[in-house]
Design a protein around this ligand. Structure first.
Ligand SMILES: NC(=O)c1ccc[n+]([C@@H]2O[C@H](COP(=O)([O-])OP(=O)(O)OC[C@H]3O[C@@H](n4cnc5c(N)ncnc54)[C@H](O)[C@@H]3O)[C@@H](O)[C@H]2O)c1
Length: 322
């Protein structure tokens, strides 16, 4: 199979490329390296079944020639990370709405199957758990710019469903919950790589807010497995599906867990949100997925234990310290 991975030099994308190449597929990547890096795909560059283009998904011509050559598109390219979106509000909306529209439009033109990456952020400010795909969505006002990421991804979901219903486009939308593992960077607001790097340097581990907000974390290899099974699953076409982990943990407990695994002398400190993101910031206090739909579609749910993933990720960052 020939797979086009947009955002393939990013964290999830590069792990997906490794997997696809290892099972014998042909892989093309388009990435503008805004948050991804060539390092992430360096191990693939001499493989004759791998090619990459450094360009933006907003370049319709570049996208068109790649879409024509592939059998299936996995659309991962996006402006990602709370910090990145707050610092780049306009270009983030442009990438996340117009870029996805280009990918969907070309998939429809050339009749290619497409998987669209959405996010657990679309659920907004829920306090109940677990979150099911047909739950209502609760957002804050547009002056709180973080919601633009959720709203843009929701527009992507609506557009995907509209293409499916009106043009019969074969599209699958998956909502990733916090995904972690090797190659994730801490530069744009991702909590686990930031905690690990702070712990490895014995610097204060900075927990934002009161630390009681909870998340689940999914190992990137589990997410890759789920995506590849969804790619093959005809019943998933036209559907929105959660991909997320099971173990709910507060950020304060996560900091303690990381500190213990690293064996760090770091102190854990609480930092008010406004000192990190300015005023007008709201966090989501809880985010736990229902995996029922995923299980019924592909008979797989992510279950690598959090400690195991943290250990692998610590190992990755340790190996990069010279
Ligand atoms: N990592 C998570 O926890 C998580 C959670 C929910 C959803 N997602 C979704 O998964 C996808 C992949 O995220 P990730 O965690 O790998 O982030 P990432 O930042 O590592 O990957 C995104 C990639 O897209 C590229 N990109 C951004 N704008 C582009 C553009 N205009 N043209 C071409 N390439 C562009 C970046 O350079 C990067 O390589 C995203 O769509 C994201 O919204 C991720």
């Amino acid at each position: 199979m020939r797979v086009l991975v947009t955002g393939g030099a990013g964290f999830i994308g590069s792990n997906l490329c490794d997997y696809l190449i290892s099972r014998g597929d042909y892989v093309s990547v388009i990435d503008n390296l805004s948050t991804g890096s060539l390092d992430n795909i360096a191990q693939l560059q001499d493989n004759p079944r791998f090619q990459y283009v450094i360009d933006t998904i907003l370049n319709r011509k570049a996208m068109e020639s790649l879409v024509q050559q592939c059998d299936v598109i996995v659309h991962l390219a996006a402006a990602v990370g709370v910090k990145y979106v707050i610092e780049n509000p306009l270009s983030s909306i442009e990438t996340n709405i117009c870029g996805t529209e280009i990918a969907l439009n070309l998939a429809n033109k050339y009749k290619k199957k497409i998987l669209i990456a959405s996010t657990s952020e679309v659920y907004g400010k829920h306090m109940h758990a677990p979150l099911k795909e047909d739950d209502n969505l609760i957002y804050g006002p547009p002056s709180t710019i973080r919601w633009s990421y959720a709203a843009a991804k929701l527009v992507d979901e609506f557009t995907s469903i509209a293409y499916h219903r009106t043009k019969k486009l074969r599209v699958v939308i998956f909502r990733c919950f916090n995904t972690i593992g090797p190659r994730q960077t801490g530069l744009y607001g991702m909590v686990v790589p930031r905690f690990i790097q702070q712990a490895l340097r014995d610097e204060p581990i900075t927990v934002f807010g009161n630390g009681e907000q909870t998340r689940t974390f999914t190992y990137v290899a589990d997410v890759v497995e789920a995506m590849c099974r969804l790619m093959e699953c005809e019943d998933a076409v036209g559907e929105v599906v959660n991909i997320g982990g099971a173990e709910e943990i507060s950020m304060l407990k996560l900091a303690e867990r990381v500190k213990a695994i690293v064996g760090s002398r770091s102190e854990i400190v609480l930092i008010p949100y406004d000192q990190v993101y300015g005023k007008d910031f709201e966090d989501m206090m809880r985010r736990v997925p229902s995996s029922q739909k995923l299980k019924s579609l592909i008979d797989f749910v992510p279950q690598t234990p959090l400690d195991e993933v943290l250990e692998k990720t610590v190992e990755y960052f340790r190996s990069r310290i010279t």
